[in-house]
Design a binder for this molecule. Structure first.
Ligand SMILES: [Zn+2]
Length: 323
């Protein structure tokens, strides 16, 4: 249904209505979607006409068009600057100057809070996370995919900072041309963006964890021998090393390991510790006990590996294979 006040918009824009009506229209537009849209269109059109006929002399219209142009420019610049600031916000702890430190910490902390709503369960216990290398300022919500963790800790504060900056841009702009209702719409868009971003993160991480769970897509293995709290680097098996038959076999035997429930990742280890890198950025530590042919992942999944796989590891370490 067409709003009956739409016909008065042109006069409202030119401020030709009586004072009382001007006030009424102001509050009406605030609550009427239809009039708001029509007003935006009207302003766009006027802007175009004005561009074609620069000699048009209408101070009120000119000031409104100017207000609109500066507003759009301000909002764009604020948004870009906010996004950039957000990208660097992970370095807030390095900043010694309190006001800028606080400005940087705000989007970072808000982003961390926002992500914690969905992903706090993913975080490793503090003492467990010591076994991981985290990039500087990484939030640790996606510990088994360091690349994703880095992206989440980088992009999320940037989204938050961009949002805050654009909102400031709106609030500082000409009230006559930027209706306050736009801010509310914008908040909704912001929330939706955040939820969509979280869904992307959730999907990517689930994909990583499914790969790790089924031990599919291993692309590189680093092998350590561990005993009495110390560990010794043995070999890094990458694509090139796979031309060797025993490495190739180790890969395929690990892929075939059978799942066997859950178990705590041991603190006191005697055997082999493997760092498994998966395609797509997944990374997982695995401990293999040569006595029992069992393998435990850092996330607590347990597997039975074949004796051949264990024998290959023993031979890599330079030991005698069992008979
Ligand atoms: Zn209306």
């Amino acid at each position: 249904m067409a709003c009956t006040y739409k016909s008065k918009l042109k006069d409202y824009l030119d401020e030709k209505l009586p004072k009382q009506e001007m006030k009424f229209m102001e509050s009406h537009i605030e609550s009427c979607n239809e009039c708001q849209k029509a007003l935006d269109e009207l302003l766009d059109k006027q802007q175009e006409i004005k561009g074609d006929f620069p000699e048009i002399d209408d101070d009120i219209l000119v000031s409104k068009i100017k207000g609109r142009i500066t507003g759009i420019r301000r909002i764009t610049v604020y948004g870009i600057l906010g996004f950039m600031l957000g990208l660097f916000s992970r370095f807030y702890t390095l900043d010694k100057f309190l006001p800028t430190k606080a400005m940087m910490a705000l989007p970072y902390k808000l982003a961390e809070f926002g992500l914690s709503i969905f992903f706090s369960k993913n975080k490793l216990l503090p003492w467990r996370s010591m076994e991981f290398y985290y990039g500087y300022g990484n939030m640790g919500f996606f510990p088994y995919n360091p690349l994703l963790d880095m992206l989440a800790s980088l992009i999320t504060p940037a989204i938050v900072a961009c949002f805050i900056a654009v909102m400031l841009g709106y609030l500082l702009s000409d009230k006559r041309v930027f209706r306050r209702r736009k801010v509310i719409n914008f908040i909704a868009v912001g929330l939706l963006t955040f939820i969509m971003w979280s869904a992307i993160l959730y999907g990517s991480y689930s994909y990583t964890m499914a790969k790790i769970d089924s031990l599919q897509g291993i692309e590189e293995i680093t092998v350590y021998s561990v005993a009495q709290g110390s560990s010794r680097w043995l070999v890094k098996i990458d694509k090139d090393a796979l031309s060797q038959e025993k490495f190739k076999e180790l890969f395929s035997k690990l892929t075939e390991a059978k799942k066997a429930g859950k178990n705590a990742y041991p603190v006191e280890k005697k055997g082999f510790e493997l760092v498994l890198n998966f395609t797509g950025g997944g990374r997982m530590n695995a401990f293999i006990d040569p006595e029992t042919d069992s393998m435990v992942l850092l996330n607590g999944n347990q597997y039975v590996v074949s004796q051949e796989a264990v024998d290959i590891l023993i031979s890599i370490a330079g030991g005698e294979t069992r008979e």
